[in-house]
Design a binder for this molecule. Structure first.
Ligand SMILES: Nc1ncnc2c1ncn2[C@@H]1O[C@H](COP(=O)(O)OP(=O)(O)O)[C@@H](O)[C@H]1O
Ligand SMILES: [Mg+2]
Length: 312
């Protein structure tokens, strides 16, 4: 077996700092970038640290980069970095809004690494993991989440065959989850139960329970009514009407700034309840979609949800 390249703690630190946004990006000249794009796509993310000549050359000669790219430098793989990584299964795929997610299987641990979508996300995801309402969060590189891959079926895939009992359990669990989040001043802001595309952020697993995934547009309202522009942007992003316009790129930067300023003022005079209510509206919409496939279950979910959910 060929010897495996080793990285010193300093080298690891340097790499992680580049990916964690702690060092200025320094791209190489066009020609080198082009040839790397052609010959070794796994190396492309490292182009930003082309200034680190020795380290870059080392990465270039590391055969594992081809398959694992920068994912191999995440803390959860540190114990395996002195091996050929043959024990590690990885699949990297595109996602709807974040760009990509990498699924990693090692030592019976099933994990996901994905870029964060907002400055609030790491804190909210950590809270959700601790509360048992979202995936556990592991040590990571800043600007990325490394989390437990939750087994289970998306609600949207089982809603059509669901009986009354299961429906009540789910409705009541969703109410509990939202109550926990709302008490902590968090709006999930993306409670997709069932959507037209068959997607869902609610995962149902008999052994592991019922949990939410994807806190990408969730809002930490602990500073309410003082929200940052970026937070107000997330409020707008999931609002009926304007949200769809923003998501489809139909609103120009100037118009968006005006909307953000207007919404910021509006939020200043609103009770927090109205922002939290976004999640209830999402649940109601999801139940509406479910009712077209399984009206009995949809009614049972909504009744159980309403009976259990409390917003002070
Ligand atoms: N922790 C996780 N456990 C199980 N599946 C996940 C997890 N994180 C992401 N996924 C899967 O990957 C998809 C995309 O991830 P997500 O965080 O929703 O990104 P995006 O916002 O780009 O859709 C999810 O809809 C889900 O199917
Ligand atoms: Mg998603």
């Amino acid at each position: 077996m060929a010897t495996v390249l080793r990285y010193s703690p300093d080298e690891l630190k340097t790499i992680r700092e580049y990916f964690g946004g702690k060092r200025p990006v320094k791209m190489p000249d066009q020609a080198l970038a082009e040839s790397i794009r052609r010959e070794n796509p796994g190396l492309v993310p490292f182009l930003r640290m082309s200034d680190e000549k020795d380290l870059f050359a080392k990465l270039q000669s590391d055969p594992r980069i081809r398959k694992f790219s920068f994912v191999m430098f995440f803390p959860v793989l540190e114990g395996h970095l002195d091996s050929d990584l043959r024990e590690v299964t990885i699949s990297i795929g595109p996602t709807r809004t974040r760009g990509f997610a990498a699924r990693i299987l090692v030592d019976d641990r099933d994990m996901i690494i994905k870029p964060i979508q907002s400055p609030d996300e790491p804190k909210i995801a950590k809270f959700a993991g601790e509360q048992g309402i979202g995936p556990l969060q592991y040590e990571t590189i800043e600007h990325f989440l490394t989390e437990e891959f939750l087994p289970g079926s998306p609600f949207s895939q089982i809603s059509s065959n669901m009986n009354d009992v299961a429906a009540r359990v789910i409705g009541s669990r969703v109410a509990d989850i939202l109550t926990i989040l709302h008490k902590a001043g968090i709006v999930f802001n993306d409670v997709i139960l069932d959507d037209d595309m068959g997607g869902s952020h609610l995962l149902i697993d008999p052994a592991n329970g019922i949990k939410l995934i994807d806190f990408g547009v969730s809002l930490d309202l602990t500073a309410f009514p003082n929200l940052t522009d970026e937070q107000v942007y997330r409020v707008l992003l999931t609002m009926p009407g304007i949200g769809a316009l923003i998501q489809s790129g139909m609103i120009g930067d100037t118009a968006l700034e005006v909307e953000i300023a207007r919404m910021k003022e509006e939020i200043g005079i609103k009770p927090i309840r109205e922002l939290l209510f976004t999640d209830v509206r999402f649940v109601h919409e999801g139940v509406g979609i479910t009712s077209m496939k399984n009206n009995m279950a949809a009614q049972a979910i909504w009744r159980a949800f309403e009976a259990k959910y409390h917003m002070e």
